[in-house]
Structure formats: structure tokens, C-alpha cells
Design a binder for this molecule. Sequence first.
Ligand SMILES: [Cu+2]
Length: 145
Amino acid sequence: MAFRAFGALILTTALVVAAACGGGSPAGGGKVFFAEPKNGATVKSPVHIVFASDMFTIAPVPPGEIAPGAVRANTGHYHLGVDTDCLSVGTVIPKANPWVHFGKGDNTIEMQLTPGPHKLAVQAGDDRHATMTGLCEVINITVTE
Ligand SMILES: [Cu+2]
């Protein structure tokens, strides 16, 4: 994967922020990231967004209330944050703007965005929508229309 200098700077910043929020290596060594669009891309609205994961299991949220002890290890679902940063580790991701939950285990959306620069965050949440160490990525894109 080739990043432009600007993109690499942003990525480095995101990693520093992630480390400052939780530190350590991911419990499962996994990661989540944007398959599309690429960091630094110029795109049209609606923006075709695709998430991907590595060494982390994406699965629908089980129905009903999930007890803390019933949360599946190294398993969860995607969340998209628009114009926001990664949440710190252990935070329950709000079911409100700027976050969208993908609780069915889905990995794509056509997102309406206003023209101009936008920051997108993909962050995994567990069965209780809580964030985990290392499972977040931020990219910057520009929407032309
Ligand atoms: Cu969620």
C-alpha cells in the first residue's frame, strides 16, 4: 500500500493518538481499515466506503442485552465516524452522530458527504459496542461534489 507523504503523516498521527489513548499492542493483533476509499483520495458523493479487517472477526451483534461476560473475544462490528477521531479504548461508541454502527456485520455504505475535506474513522466495537486496543483507522479524503 503506497501512501503519499501527507497520508503517511496523518497515519503516523493516528497511531500516536491511538497509542496515547490505550497503549500496548492489540489483544488479538488484529486491525480494521478502509479498503475504500484510500487515504488522501478525491471522491464524489455519495462516497462508496468499504471496511476490511485482518485477524479480527466481524460478526452481527447478537440480539438482546449482552452481559459483559458474554462478549465474544476478538469479535465485533464496524463503526464509521465522520469528521471525528478514534475513540479511546474501552469507550462505548455512541448510537448517534457522528457514529454509524454496522451491527449486522456489514462492511459497506454509500455515504452522502458535503463537498470539501473530510476525516473518516473506522473503529471496531465488541458485542457491547465498546472499543478495543488498536482497532481503529483514520483517513482523510476530499469530496468534490
Ligand atoms: Cu456498535
